[in-house]
Unconditional design. Structure first.
Length: 220
């Protein structure tokens, strides 16, 4: 190992920042970054230094947080604008209306989790919502995930096949089923409950914006 590189490693292990090492050894920061990028111990030092700097300079941290929030606020507004631009061409389509109404009534409305999610025991309802996601929202089918909530006496694989055939969701997109204990010994949902979901803040922002727009259409 070349002498300056060996010394740089010694300084880095002692907890020095790239800037400090660069000043002392007159080595470009880009070179140091290349040397240390695959060293787990150096990454730990980086995180520790960043944490220390945040505590030492709270005002700087506040500014950084504000910048990041502003950046994401602009991005999220661009998703909502896209939804508003698309709405006139979509609002009269049957599948679009059906999907919106299903989500308005049954879907997860918390925008911060960035997950479009709907649970229901009706196979047909899940089928319609899957078509809404893939056709009306143009979401690639491979991004969509599905799993079942089942009672202990229900067989997993036969029900997965049943739901897959009824909804059109490939078995490859099914995730592990969750078994639950019912409160009533005789009232059972024979096919379980289907949970369809897709991650993405863009999808969530657009869907909730469309619901707001359709509410205005109906109430004005």
């Amino acid at each position: 190992m070349r002498k300056d590189k060996e010394r740089a490693f010694e300084l880095r292990r002692s907890g020095k920042s790239y800037k400090q090492i660069s000043r002392e050894l007159e080595i470009p920061i880009s070179t140091l970054a290349g040397w240390f990028k695959d060293e787990p111990w150096s990454i730990e030092i980086r995180d520790r230094l960043a944490s220390t700097e945040s505590l030492a300079y709270p005002e700087k941290l506040k500014r950084l947080i504000a910048i990041v929030k502003h950046k994401y606020a602009i991005l999220h507004e661009s998703y909502r604008k896209e939804a508003r631009d698309e709405f006139p061409a979509l609002k009269n389509a049957g599948l679009f209306i059906a999907g919106l109404m299903l989500y308005w009534g049954e879907g997860d409305k918390k925008v911060e989790n960035s997950i479009v999610r709907l649970n229901n025991s009706e196979l047909g309802m899940i089928r319609v919502f899957y078509l809404f996601l893939t056709k009306a929202m143009d979401i690639p089918s491979e991004k969509i995930r599905f799993n079942l909530l089942l009672y202990p006496d229900l067989a997993d694989m036969p029900l997965k096949r049943l739901w897959s055939n009824a909804t059109g969701i490939p078995l490859s997109q099914f995730r592990k089923s969750v078994y639950i204990q019912g409160r009533h010994p005789t009232r059972r949902l024979s096919y379980g409950v289907g949970n369809i979901r897709v991650g993405g803040r863009k999808y969530k922002e657009k869907l909730l914006e469309w619901i707001k727009l359709y509410e205005k259409e109906l109430c004005n």
